[in-house]
Ligand binder design. Structure first.
Ligand code: SF4
Length: 306
């Protein structure tokens, strides 16, 4: 089948199998085209939970995202589009290390970025997204907070919550962490009038050079409303989406060779089609006790302002 035929077959298969297809914004443009809902990971999970008539969900993204959908919608069959699509940052810490830390530091609140495995969420007190991290950490009753796993997002939060002691782990997103100061200066030289929008998963020295710092959806909103051209320092799916939605605007990918997440780009249209037919992907199974422990961290995220 060519691409057009494959897209039509997917639309047909979605109807026949009554499956809701969710795609993270970092997915390839052709995957975005066939999705019912696109957005960041927590927005997708919340959207799936609201669609009570849908009993089957196909998540095009990485494993922790499909897990989060399952944690919030255990009654649904949740399928990850590609079995090998994992987020390296989500699995950078063995849960036993967090458990050991907690035992040694009972007065420290453990705060996990939502980009973590279910096992890690289960060891933590509260989750955050990149757009809610500052608000949630500042609202926590504890004065000491361990922030896992992303040192860059954690450092960004620490800057805005100086009244708390924030302990950082040494994890990071390999894709965002790879952007250097030289990449920013080179891009600025090429597009001198452009504003720069950056994701807080980038290094501090990179973030410090930029005009706007925000989550995926905040960057999209900033770009839509910005009168100047924008250089975008996050995974290239965001720039691809904006360039397609607003072809007359000047949106440029910063560090185009680096800001491509290989795991996010693993899923192909063929994978989606086969996953819809039950011949590909991975059906998410989470043991109930583990699910409830992980859900507690997400519930606390909503309680403290998520
Ligand atoms: S972009 Fe980074 S945080 Fe997002 S899935 Fe890829 S490795 Fe994980």
């Amino acid at each position: 089948m060519n691409t057009t035929e494959l897209k039509q077959a997917i639309i047909q298969a979605k109807k026949e199998t009554d499956t809701l297809v969710l795609a993270h914004t970092y997915q390839a443009p052709e995957i975005i085209d066939i999705a019912d809902i696109t957005g960041d990971s927590f927005a997708l999970s919340k959207a799936a939970a609201k669609m009570t008539d849908k009993k089957r969900v196909l998540l095009c993204g990485v494993r922790f995202m499909a897990d989060t959908v399952k944690i919030l919608s255990p009654e649904k069959e949740v399928v990850l589009s590609h079995k090998s699509a994992t987020c390296p940052m989500a699995e950078q810490i063995a849960p036993e290390r967090v458990r050991a830390f907690r035992e040694e530091n009972p007065d420290v609140c453990v705060c996990a970025y939502i980009n973590t495995s279910t096992e890690l969420k289960a060891e933590c007190d509260v989750c955050v997204t990149s757009s809610t991290a500052v608000k949630i950490v500042s609202s926590l009753p504890s004065q000491k907070v361990l922030f896992i796993p992303d040192q860059n997002l954690g450092g960004y939060v620490a800057k805005f919550v100086p009244e708390k002691e924030i302990i950082l782990w040494d994890g990071c997103c390999p894709t965002h962490h790879s952007v250097s100061v030289k990449d920013v200066l080179d891009a600025k030289a090429k597009h001198p009038g452009a504003k720069i929008a950056v994701h807080p998963e980038c290094r501090k020295e990179v973030v410090d050079l930029c005009d706007f710092i925000g989550s995926t959806s905040e960057i999209i909103d900033f770009c839509k409303n910005c009168e100047e051209d924008v250089l975008i320092a996050t995974e290239r799916g965001v720039c691809d989406k904006l360039s397609r939605d607003y072809p007359e605007r000047g949106f440029y990918q910063l560090a185009p060779n680096k800001l491509v997440c290989p795991n996010m780009k693993m899923t192909t249209l063929e994978n989606v089609y086969k996953a819809l037919l039950g011949e590909f992907g991975d059906v998410i199974e989470i043991e109930e006790e583990l699910r409830l422990k992980a859900k507690r961290s997400i519930d606390n995220m909503l309680k403290y302002g998520g």
